[in-house]
Ligand binder design. Sequence first.
Ligand code: SF4
Length: 554
Amino acid sequence: MAATPEPPASATPRRKAGRHRGEGQWARGHRTPLNGNEQFKKEDDGLNVRTRIETVYSKQGFDSIDPNDLRGRMRWWGLYTQRKPGIDGGKTAVLAPEELDDEFFMLRVRIDGGRLTTEQLRVIGEISQEFARGTADITDRQNVQYHWIRIEDVPEIWRRLEAVGLSTTEACGDTPRVVLGSPVAGIAEDEIVDGTPAIDEIQRRIIGNKEFSNLPRKFKSAVSGSPLLDVAHEINDIAFVGVDHPEHGPGFDLWVGGGLSTNPKIGVRLGAWVQLDEVPDVFEGVISVFRDYGYRRLRNRARLKFLVADWGAKKFREVLETEYLKRELVDGPAPEQPGRQWRDHVGVHRQKDGRYYVGFAPRVGRVDGTTLSKIAALAEEHGSGRVRTTAEQKMIVLDIAEDQVDSLVAALEELDLRVKASPFRRGTMACTGIEFCKLAIVDTKNRGQSLIDELERRLPDFDQPLTININGCPNACARIQVADIGLKGQLVTDSEGNQVEGFQVHLGGALGLEAGFGRKVRGLKVTSAELPDYVERVVKRFEGEREDGERFAT
Ligand code: SF4
């Protein structure tokens, strides 16, 4: 899964009047668990499952796993059961969870800030080849996801990851997830401020800390000092966005309450400026507000965005300042419109130290262990010891001397990792889909890869930024609501009346200063087989009618 999914909207009971009384907010004294998830979290902290995995489950095998650990607490260590092969999308909603569960796991490795050394990348590649049948997808949250993991192998995988400073701690579950960071932090010529020290301190202080391991729901975060707004800050629970304060200088603009899925909301600015060394305190304050005041009755009303929507920015900031920070924050400016439309860092770009970084695009984040090991070797051959993952399922090699750039570009292209990528290659993302995800209705990764190939063949001259995001179900792991063309997987009726895999189309979503959700085109559904024809028609119409400088979303 590209992100831990939420239950379908149809599972949402109606909200009742006087909801604050019964939303399960700890700060209002509501400690009685109001649903099964709250119950198992109260019974035992998710982080404690690690000992049972190491001492019991990995030795006695899959059948020994307690169901509350299997479908609950194991997420606290990045483990999620994967979908049994061969079950079609029509059965997703009707089968019980245990009928969909395979004996193998998805395992998510958190890569905070998207930062990796080549040594770490090589270890990730080796684990993939040895324990994950070669799988290793780059997600849109800068993580790596394995599939086909056996419970017996998990302790050894942890040992190898942790030996090089990586972990799967709180990679899933109701926890502080990976902290997104600008993939060009510390090296970009146009950087406003380098958020890396703040990400390191948040990791040290918050991740794996039992003060913050029982949140109402997942807590997504981002820190970027890049003027390109390169971490999708608008759709995180908390985000720090680089800005230059007219009096205080470089720092961050604070956003809270963004999130997609079935009730999408763009985050709101609190109007506060935060300097670099205060970011961890403010992060701790906001996550504490969420822990204490977040809604714990209904899983699909538990994300921070619902509290922020009910309170508004003014009250949220007031509670943060008075109850948690014990001081007032400085008012500050909003971020500016980025100068570049692509934020994926694909291509060759100069660093502030005169060397270059080289960004490249696999198809829809799909790589494999062998390829990752080759990328690590290529980076080192060309003088680099650092790589990064991006929030667009792309990768970057850093610190390349000018005379090494051409040969690195050629070698990456040889591996089908495009530096000179088409807009379709750059702009298409896909979630995990039916191959491994238990909530999926349709295939996404294979569909996305073949769509890219088809569009490159049919529209070789198209050169505008365009995003095509493909989800396998109504959840939003691949951010369909903020894509130019968002495709939501569902069963549709073909011309002969058969129920087949297809998509509901959303058009015109965007991130950035024009952030907004795509319009669901009423009645517009395409079968998977018709998808290339449909997208080709939309792109051609856009090209034909576009005025100078006009973007797809406008
Ligand atoms: Fe997320 Fe895709 Fe799975 Fe749906 S099918 S839950 S969007 S990974």
